[in-house]
Design a protein around this ligand. Structure first.
Ligand SMILES: C[S@@+](CC[C@H](N)C(=O)[O-])C[C@H]1O[C@@H](n2cnc3c(N)ncnc32)[C@H](O)[C@@H]1O
Length: 219
């Protein structure tokens, strides 16, 4: 309940900072979302530069192909930004970990418990610093949990017998020739994003059948 009130407060604060009430009032009649976005574009907020930048970019985001507003405003993916800002990265991961703590009571201890019972292994994709998997691994020692996340998120985290982290390399042995080009490309593009922030260590390793390849080529 407290979280809900906090969310409502920050939405309200954001609406005030964006002058949404003033825009609607001066519009003089009911306003559509696209009219509101356009109005935000020409009505910069006086006090807060970052809010102003977000407001100015809202319409570009709506019109453009960039997936997130963050990417439109900063020209960099949010995860890459976190990689470049260790302090914020840590706070973000801690915030996500708090969310896991909140969920524990009803996921592990109450009515959802049976979902995990009897499992032998689990991969927590985009599992952050593994807080959720750590809780699962402690509550269900029989489950081998593997957390897959970006290298800067899982670096130096303590592992246990049944909790491991992976991020450096992805091995696809005899997988791609069984997929269509479209699915194969989709997977490769995603993996490229995932390893991009891992410098020399990030790798996608593919072992597969190549037709008509010259003998000395090992790409
Ligand atoms: C919103 S957080 C959720 C974290 C965790 N699952 C939780 O609920 O607490 C999204 C997570 O996805 C991770 N992530 C984003 N892109 C990724 C990628 N390409 N490969 C692996 N993890 C990725 C981020 O680092 C982040 O930890």
């Amino acid at each position: 309940m407290r979280i809900k009130i906090k969310e409502q407060k920050s939405s309200f604060k954001c609406a005030i900072e964006l002058s949404i009430a003033d825009i609607i009032h001066s519009h003089g009649r009911a306003i559509t979302l696209s009219e509101l976005v356009l109005a935000l574009d020409i009505q910069p907020t006086k006090n807060d530069c970052s809010i102003q930048a977000h407001a100015l970019s809202l319409s570009s985001w709506f019109k453009g192909t960039e997936l997130t507003l963050w990417g439109t405003v900063h020209g960099i993916k949010f995860w890459e930004f976190l990689n470049q800002n260790p302090g914020i990265n840590q706070r973000f991961n801690e915030a996500m970990a708090s969310d896991s703590e909140i969920m524990t009571s009803f996921v592990v201890k109450a009515e959802c418990k049976q979902i995990f019972e009897g499992l032998g292994s689990l991969v927590d994709v985009g599992g952050g610093n593994g807080s959720f998997s750590r809780i699962i691994s402690e509550a269900f020692p029989g489950i081998k949990c593997t957390v897959l996340d970006l290298p800067h998120v899982v670096a130096n985290l303590p592992e246990t017998d049944n909790l491991k982290y992976i991020a450096d390399a992805f091995l696809f042995k005899l997988v791609f020739h069984g997929l269509g080009d479209e699915d194969g490309l989709k997977i490769l593009k995603k993996r490229r994003e995932a390893i991009a922030s891992n410098g020399e260590r990030g790798k996608v390793i593919i072992i597969d059948i190549v037709i008509n390849a010259r003998e000395e080529e090992h790409d």
